[in-house]
Design a protein around this ligand. Sequence first.
Ligand code: PLP
Length: 388
Amino acid sequence: MLQLNPNITAIEEETAFTVLDRANALKAQGKPVINLGIGQPDFTPPRHILEAAEKAVRDGPHGYSSPAGLAILRDAVAQYVGRRFKAPVVAEEVVIVPGGKVTFFFACHLFGGPGAEILYPDPGFPPYRDAIRSSGARAVPYPIREQKSFGFDAEEVLSLVTPKTRLIIINSPANPTGGVVEPKEFRKFAEGIEKHPNVAILSDEIYSHLVYEGAGFTSFFEFPELRDRAIMLDGWSKTFAMTGWRLGFGIWPRNLVEMVKKMITVDHSCTSVATQMAGLAAITGPMDEIEGFRRGFEKRRNIVVDGLNALPGVTCRKPGGAFYAFPNIKGTGRPSRELARDLLEKAYVALIHGESFGANGEGYLRLSYAASEADIREALKRMRDFLS
Ligand code: PLP
């Protein structure tokens, strides 16, 4: 009998990818599937990024880079982040990785392990829970509530800290709710966490470019007193429509970078160098198309939210960021898993059931509005027909 590591067998599937496979299988059978399941922009990356990638593939560099990334890219990321948040960031704090996920995976393994506890949002991005579990640590959910506009309650999060807590994961703007944590809650959190100097913070800011009118985004960089124990996660996937390129970065406390580099050498040596060159073009080039993406998402958000609120048994708050709507479907009287399954199998609308994001997600669905306006309108029509 093969003996598997129980920390690894505890990993659950990420529903967005299961739904993607099923949606593609139905499409292959000729069914008119509209996919509002997976969270990825439907735009093409700007031309200058594609050209930089082509050039890098042709002309190099072709060898390994430092495990932490090309020096030129680390430096550019430090300037890009420093400029955005008016914070002193240096290249030595930047670690380039293949995708946004890698930064939190490494953070969970660095701070986790048997006996440790790591706090994460529920509903939240499911791989947080599984990255924590795979390290052997206990995954402790903290609630994200609709009444709080899907932000967090700082006091509630802090009340869950125990002597075993090693890391707290925060995500704003958030997947799956689109919630943006209010600046005053962030401030309360930053003040409260001072009492727990041994706890690190991972701030997942991968949607920070996708913030809409009326929502005030706060970055962890606005709290310099936490810099020595905060890791900031961002990347190219959502901002530059580059999910398939696998490129992300973390800004780490400087004294942890050597440790992270060692983990990288064990795991993947370095991030694809051609992709890094494309990433360099992205963050040093013009940002007007990126702002165009944001405006496009904001328009679609309004269409989705209005459409959802017109469905029987459904209410939906206007999300402040990211590209997800998280409608409350409690009025339909149907469990979220069942409703999502029926909408895919019978109405050919792929979306994700809320409970897959944690127990507090029951009674909700997640729709990604990173789809064309025509697809969004057709999906809403099919949902209306199905629910009526
Ligand atoms: N963090 C959050 C909150 C996400 O929603 C995602 C992707 O959906 C990621 C990180 C991972 O991004 P990447 O595809 O760059 O690994």
